[in-house]
Design a protein around this ligand. Structure first.
Ligand SMILES: *Cc1c(COP(=O)(O)O)cnc(C)c1O
Length: 241
């Protein structure tokens, strides 16, 4: 790949943001939706300067995958973005991020959720969580089995310092090249949980986090309201400096 000047790279990112926002609006219209979708910039391996540029250009929600990389980079983020943790999270790392992120999308076990609750309590806060569902039943993927969802959600509700806000998934691609069937299943799980917890003060279910660079428009067709986008927003990863 040829090297690009920093200005070229920034103008590419600006173009990408504009195009993605247009695509989001088109998908919302097509789906007949009148609610909103939040665009999350997924920052893994992206230079903090480029991340800051995207924040200035309206990507005010960031998704972080790796604890150490986040801790190294966060001081250099400008513009006061809202940060969510979206990557696999070991229980022994929760303490490093608990007061630095607003939501954790990758809550996928009782042990992890109990640790989040414990650390949130120590920090004097309530942490918003999304329960990650392994909707394709793939052995290699994280997330809980759909059958476990109710149990884990109500267990979480009993704790004082986590609040279940919804669900997250990284669905597989089906043989027909689409993830529609999984997005649809996720939407049903999400709406069931939302409906059955409506009016229950321990819950505040309003977030369905699904859709990435290759499939965010389809995810929006199926009710996603946070799309997590890395490569088509920031360009190629690990480009030459
Ligand atoms: C990397 C990553 C994304 C973004 O992936 P792209 O295909 O680059 O948009 C979204 N969610 C999670 C959990 C990720 O790790």
């Amino acid at each position: 790949m040829t090297e690009r000047s920093s200005d070229d790279r920034l103008s590419l990112v600006a173009d990408n943001i504009k195009r993605i926002n247009e695509n989001i609006q088109t998908a919302l219209l097509k789906a007949g939706r009148t609610d909103k979708v939040r665009l999350m910039g997924v920052t893994k391996t992206v230079d903090p300067e480029i991340v800051s540029f995207s924040v200035k250009n309206g990507v005010t929600l960031l998704g972080e995958n790796r604890v150490q990389e986040f801790l190294d980079k966060r001081e250099r983020y400008e513009g006061d973005p809202e940060v969510h943790f979206i990557g696999g999270l070991q229980t022994n790392k929760v303490k490093y991020i608990i007061d630095k992120v607003k939501m954790i999308h990758s809550a996928d076990s009782e042990k992890l959720i109990r640790e989040i609750d414990h650390r949130a309590k120590n920090a004097g806060l309530t942490m918003d969580i999304l329960i990650e569902v392994n909707i394709g039943g793939e052995e290699s993927k994280s997330g809980i089995a759909p059958e476990m969802l109710d149990e884990l959600a109500y267990m979480s509700a009993e704790l004082g310092n986590v609040r279940v806000r919804g669900l997250m998934a990284i669905p597989p691609v089906n043989v027909d090249g689409s993830s529609a069937v999984y997005f649809d299943r996720m939407f049903r799980l999400y709406s069931d949980l939302r409906d059955k917890t409506a009016g229950d003060e321990r819950f505040s279910v309003d977030t369905l986090s699904m859709g990435m660079s290759g499939d965010y428009e389809e995810a929006i067709m199926h009710g996603s309201n946070i799309v997590r986008i890395g490569s088509v927003l920031y360009g190629y990863r690990n480009y030459a400096k």
